[in-house]
Design a protein around this ligand. Structure first.
Ligand SMILES: Nc1nc2c(ncn2[C@@H]2O[C@H](COP(=O)(O)OP(=O)(O)OP(=O)(O)O)[C@@H](O)[C@H]2O)c(=O)[nH]1
Length: 323
């Protein structure tokens, strides 16, 4: 429980955009203390009829939180149904919004599936800087803590700094990191990693990959070659293709999902940097558009700052409600 309150405190810490905006949209100024003012209960004075103008303002608020136009429109249409013309308070609008967000997010909130067959291979993809290395380190630490035997392969062989970073995370998590000489073929490293993981009886093999989108054809070839070679060892591998996305990029994440779905068979998402961003609404839009499982969220730079995705917690933090 303590963990979740910490989580909620962290998510969107820098700006509860929706929260702040709602007061301005819904709550009317308190009436002057005349006869009518005295007759009206104080809470009643804070209500406003849910009309088209308010719905439009609400929609703008959702779009500003990076929910995307289509998703925002759908959410607003659902809220309008059954509530149009009714007098609502800020709290009620928050609850309505939260319910809509939870409805969209619930089907995609799924932890990384664990398969009986080992080694389970997790290919980790995403643009540079999205938080791949950090997420691999955090996941490795969680699986280690759960008693799993984990191996990491530093597949971004063209960037020495990336490999070093992964080694640091491997040390923190207490997990071996396989590396290859700078500039060598990532597929060959992946093959060696697969061989080692099988020989060691590892439960989980996580393969980091390059995130250079500048040359998509090259990256596609690199990723498909990795998949081809590991399939020589296990025709079902990789069992997961995890796309790591950075929440601070907002609607850009939608484009990244599209691109990476073309490059690899993305099976699930991790959204990093949800701490301190006002753009986390993009997660709602991703769930609505793609329906890909959201396995975890990153809420900080430390090793234990990776949390399972909890739709209620997320929705409450997004609209600024206490659970
Ligand atoms: N606040 C915050 N920072 C994060 C989170 N996840 C990663 N970061 C930071 O984001 C930066 C990039 O993370 P990396 O894990 O190096 O990203 P990468 O995708 O491996 O990037 P390359 O190494 O460039 O390929 C680092 O400074 C991390 O500390 C998170 O959940 N919250």
């Amino acid at each position: 429980m303590a963990f979740f309150s910490k989580l909620k405190e962290r998510m969107f810490k820098s700006s509860a955009k929706i929260d702040a905006g709602l007061d301005a949209i819904v709550a009317e100024p308190a009436p002057k203390p005349g006869l009518i003012g005295r007759l009206l209960a104080p809470t009643e004075a804070q209500r406003r009829a849910l009309d088209d103008a308010m719905l439009e303002e609400l929609e703008d608020l959702l779009i500003a939180a990076d929910m995307g136009v289509e998703t925002a429109q759908r959410v607003i249409a659902n809220i309008a149904e059954g509530h149009l013309g009714k007098r609502v308070s800020v709290e009620e609008v928050k609850r309505l919004l939260m319910a809509e967000v939870v409805r969209i997010m619930e089907p995609v909130a799924r932890p990384l599936p664990i398969y009986a067959k080992t080694p389970q291979v997790v290919l980790v993809v995403g643009v540079n800087g999205s938080g791949k290395t950090t997420t691999i380190g955090k996941l490795a630490s969680q699986f280690r803590a759960a008693g799993k035997n984990v191996v990491i392969a530093a597949g971004d062989t063209f960037r020495a700094a990336a490999v070093e970073q992964l080694q640091v995370w491997g040390q923190r998590a207490g997990v071996p990191v396989l590396t290859a000489p700078e500039g060598s073929d990532p597929a060959s490293l992946a093959y060696d990693a697969m061989t080692k993981a099988q020989a060691d009886g590892a439960d989980l093999l996580m393969i980091d990959t390059a995130g250079r989108l500048q040359n998509r054809a090259d990256l596609m070839e690199e990723l498909s070659k990795i998949v081809r070679v590991i399939r020589k060892k296990d025709p079902d591998a990789p069992h997961n293709v995890l796309l790591v996305l950075d929440a601070t990029t907002g609607q850009n994440a939608v484009q990244q999902v599209k691109v990476f779905q073309e490059l690899a068979a993305v099976s699930g998402l991790v959204m990093t940097k949800l701490d301190g961003t006002a753009k986390g609404g993009v997660l709602v839009s991703l769930a609505d558009r793609f329906g890909l499982p959201i396995h975890a969220i990153g809420v900080g730079e430390q090793i234990d700052d990776l949390a399972p995705f909890d739709p209620e917690e997320f929705a409450a933090a997004l609209v600024g409600l206490d659970l």
